[in-house]
Design a protein around this ligand. Structure first.
Ligand SMILES: Nc1ncnc2c1ncn2[C@@H]1O[C@H](COP(=O)(O)OP(=O)(O)OP(=O)(O)O)[C@@H](O)[C@H]1O
Length: 469
């Protein structure tokens, strides 16, 4: 347990040090002023701060109260007031600011202060255990709003589970609409501080100059119109999670600044004479771009990429977890006023469809069906009658159909059917290493059908050009 003693009087610090030194497992540090205390607090986490209210010789000084306010706002440190008994009004003010307890200097002794600290130590230990257990327990099931039981999803969740417990930056990658934001949120809610803020910003949506002040904040007079100091997201997020969506779009100059925050934990607001501030939250970034490729194109900093990619979470595309499609459909339908159902054939079409827009596209499909489908029971015909893009995607679901369409678009080459049949038989024979029975199995026909074609006995003149006999 790290304890900070804040008192402007050296003698008072010495008394406290001698009272606390016998405690096992404590590390003591001291500060003689508000500025010194702030510095110590930014250097490494402090568990408890014992704070005097007056922090210099001026009797009107109330820097201790300011410090308690800072501590409660910016850190997880527990502040305890150590002061003289004639300062009851200040003690009350400190308690209102969130001081955990108070000790009077006149009564300062081991018996009084050690039980408070021991109690705090137990409480801290318990809090940490609860955080870890909650993170583990919550992950037994699916995080809120997340649907899926496929092997790909199970793998994803086990990665999310582990990454959530870390405080280091994380990168969520995957195709557009695959669920990156949902995963990033899960990293927050399943992490140790789910009650702390979750703030998100789309790095591609805001001009560079605005983005900088949005992230770092600005001082008064930093630019025209900056008539007062403004905190940025890095401050506002506190010990929560800052989600940087579309990180690939972050301008290079801001990439350098972000890297510095991630490496040193400190930053400054935009503008003149800005003080150094400490970032205490966690950064989770996401992108659908190939960041390695961006690095090669020098559009993304390599050092930032490596810092983010230490904890990469890859979200599988919907096509890698088609088994989840029925459950996802039920989930999206359940959120609509109209309770659509799907015939087995329609479900089959949807499970095999191509989904370039991933889960978001599936959700949009349900939105559109809710408006356009004539019947609550959705059939393949209803799907193919949908206006717009979804109809096209769904209608080209079957790879064989896609292939057939592509073949028909090839330049005229005589008997296409015979060509295709011949090509299929040749490929099957190659795959079966010349074994006719094996090739027949691959093609789903009888061995004799293959033999007939191979020996040329299945003359096209007979009119039977199908392999399906
Ligand atoms: N596993 C899932 N279960 C339920 N809904 C999901 C799942 N994955 C994604 N979604 C839903 O799909 C939509 C798109 O998800 P999300 O916004 O997280 O995708 P994204 O990968 O961040 O997209 P983009 O690349 O456009 O930023 C959202 O409505 C989200 O709630």
């Amino acid at each position: 347990m790290r304890i900070l003693i804040v008192d402007d009087q050296r003698s008072a610090r010495r008394v406290l040090t001698s009272v606390l030194s016998p405690m096992v497992g404590v590390e003591l540090c001291e500060a003689a002023s508000l500025a010194e205390a702030r510095k110590v607090l930014t250097e490494a986490p402090v568990d408890v701060a014992l704070v005097d209210i007056r922090l210099d010789s001026d009797s009107r000084n109330r820097d201790g109260l300011t410090l308690i306010g800072d501590i409660r706002r910016d850190t997880e440190t527990v502040p305890i007031v150590v002061t003289v008994s004639n300062e009851m009004a200040e003690i009350r003010a400190a308690m209102r600011l969130g001081a955990y307890d108070y000790v009077l200097k006149d009564e300062l002794c081991e018996e009084l202060i050690l039980p408070i600290l021991e109690g705090l130590r137990d409480r801290r230990k318990l809090e940490r255990e609860v955080q870890v257990l909650r993170a583990r327990g919550a992950l037994e099931g699916l995080p809120a709003g997340m649907v899926g039981a496929s092997a790909a999803m199970t793998r994803l969740l086990s990665v999310v589970r582990r990454v959530a417990l870390s405080d280091r930056p994380a990168l969520v990658t995957g195709r557009t609409g695959a669920g990156k934001e949902l995963v990033a949120r899960a990293l927050h809610t399943l992490g140790p501080r789910p009650a702390e803020p979750w703030l998100d910003v789309n790095c591609g949506a805001i001009p560079e100059s605005l983005m900088e002040s949005q992230l770092f904040g600005h001082e008064r007079g930093a630019f025209t119109g900056a008539d007062r100091r403004q905190d940025g997201l890095l401050t506002a997020v506190g010990t929560g999670t800052l989600f940087l969506d579309e990180i690939a779009e972050l301008p290079l100059s801001l990439q350098a600044k972000l890297l510095r925050v991630l490496e040193t934990g400190v930053f400054r607001r935009v503008g003149p004479a800005a003080e150094e501030l400490r970032f205490q939250g966690r950064v989770v970034a996401a992108t659908h771009a190939d960041l390695e490729e961006r690095v090669q194109q020098r559009a993304f900093r390599e050092d930032l990429y490596y810092r983010l990619a230490v904890l990469e979470v890859q979200v599988p595309s919907l096509e890698e977890r088609r088994e989840d499609i029925p459950a996802l459909l039920a989930h999206f339908v359940g959120r609509q006023s109209r309770q659509l159902r799907f015939t087995p054939e329609a479900m089959d079409v949807l499970v095999r469809a191509s989904w370039p827009g991933n889960v978001r596209q599936l959700r949009t499909l349900v939105d559109r069906l809710t408006v356009f489908a004539e019947d609550d029971l959705v059939t393949p015909e209803a799907l193919s009658q949908l206006p717009g893009r979804e109809r096209r995607d769904v209608a080209t679901e079957d790879p064989v159909k896609q292939l057939a369409r592509a073949i028909l678009r090839l330049p005229e080459q005589g008997d296409r059917l015979a060509h295709v049949e011949q090509a299929l038989i040749t490929e099957a024979m190659l795959l079966a290493e010349g074994n006719k029975s094996g090739a027949a199995r691959l093609l789903g026909v009888h061995r004799k059908a293959i033999e007939r074609r191979l020996t040329g006995r299945a003359e096209s003149t007979s009119g039977d050009t199908s392999v399906d006999d």
